[in-house]
Design a protein around this ligand. Structure first.
Ligand code: COA
Ligand code: NAP
Length: 263
């Protein structure tokens, strides 16, 4: 059976590793044309090869989402190669574990600019290239957008900002037939994000025990939600922040994890 994503155009910011690459690969495997960006040109090259390995038309560019001109050029190139964009994923993000009093102005700015300004840049520059009606925007959020976590003041502020962009743009773009939702993964195994948040392998079990469903998430858990939200079955869903987190938002990082910060 032909996938409903066959021939669709998908753009993924930060789509060269981890969760975002898995999302890009999922759509590539369904016959979509996929364009990815991130800063490191070697990562871009490797990701494009991986995506082509799924038999997909794929391309990419090195671009920093903090630089509007670079983002604009990437979206224009994607549309030139593959036509109007059906699925737009804003997933580029930065994270490190640090108490607020140890985050410099530049450190806080770096995360706010990658996450919040970057998401604005991606959506703004994509707007003229989005398929209307029918385009779907997926902003990659995190539990930090909804619950406070020790050592994550910058990320909590940034992801909450992304979630408000999601809601506001859903309001503004709904009449044009564009849906905008946030996908909020919990702790996903073997990802850069988890390595940064739980740097001590010995603490992983403790982290797992704090997750109501008793396990770390997988890349497939996240791509399944993205595929659903991008599908016709989700045609009446917009402006939401949907967790795929094993219930972790109900039971956020225990304060005792703060020992990593004080070591
Ligand atoms: N604790 C406190 N401050 C930190 C820090 C840490 N662990 N790591 C970086 N910073 C600060 C730096 O000291 C710097 O501030 P300063 O100039 O006042 O010293 C500031 O953050 C920017 O660092 P820099 O490395 O120059 O920024 P960058 O733009 O190259 O990188 C980051 C952005 C810091 C977010 C970097 O970690 C990154 O590139 N992350 C992308 C990958 C990632 O985070 N993946 C997980 C996604 S969940
Ligand atoms: P990752 O592999 O580090 O992915 C981040 C991507 O963003 C990389 O491709 C990186 O590539 C790119 N990037 C970073 N800064 C950029 C910039 N300024 N401009 C353009 N691209 C940039 O991390 P991950 O753990 O898979 O996280 C992916 C997404 O999921 C993020 O939005 C994260 O917040 C979210 N998330 C992750 C988890 C988790 O458990 N891992 C949980 C909740 C939410 P370059 O270095 O080449 O730029």
């Amino acid at each position: 059976m032909v996938s409903e994503f066959a021939g669709k155009t998908v753009f993924v910011s930060g789509g060269t590793s981890g969760i975002n690459l898995a999302i890009a690969e999922h759509f590539a495997g369904q016959g979509a044309r996929v364009f990815v960006i991130s800063r490191d040109p070697q990562k871009v090259g490797r990701a494009v090869e991986t995506l082509r390995g799924h038999g997909a038309e794929a391309d990419g560019m090195s671009a920093d989402v903090r630089d509007y001109a670079q983002v604009e050029a990437a979206l224009a190139r994607c549309a030139e190669l593959f036509g109007k964009i059906d699925i737009l994923v804003s997933g580029a993000a930065g994270n490190f574990l640090a108490r607020a009093e140890k985050i410099s102005s530049n450190g806080f700015r770096a995360v706010m600019e990658i996450d919040v300004l970057g998401t604005h840049h991606v959506m703004h520059a994509a707007f003229p290239h989005l398929a209307t009606p029918g385009a779907c925007v997926l902003n990659i959020s995190a539990p930090q957008g909804s619950v406070a976590m020790v050592g994550q003041s910058h990320v909590c502020a940034a992801k909450a900002g992304i979630d408000m962009l999601t809601r506001t743009l859903a309001l503004e773009w709904g009449p044009r037939g564009i849906r905008v939702n946030s996908v909020s993964p919990g702790p996903i195994a073997d990802t850069e994000g988890q390595k940064r948040l739980v740097p001590d392998p010995a603490a992983v079990e403790e982290r797992v025990n704090s997750i109501p469903l008793g396990r770390m998430g997988t890349l497939d858990d996240v791509t399944a939600l993205c595929a659903f939200l991008a599908s016709d079955r989700a045609a009446y869903i917009t402006g939401t922040v949907i967790p795929v987190d094993g219930g972790v938002t109900l039971n956020p990082t225990p304060t005792r994890m703060a020992r990593f910060l004080d070591a």
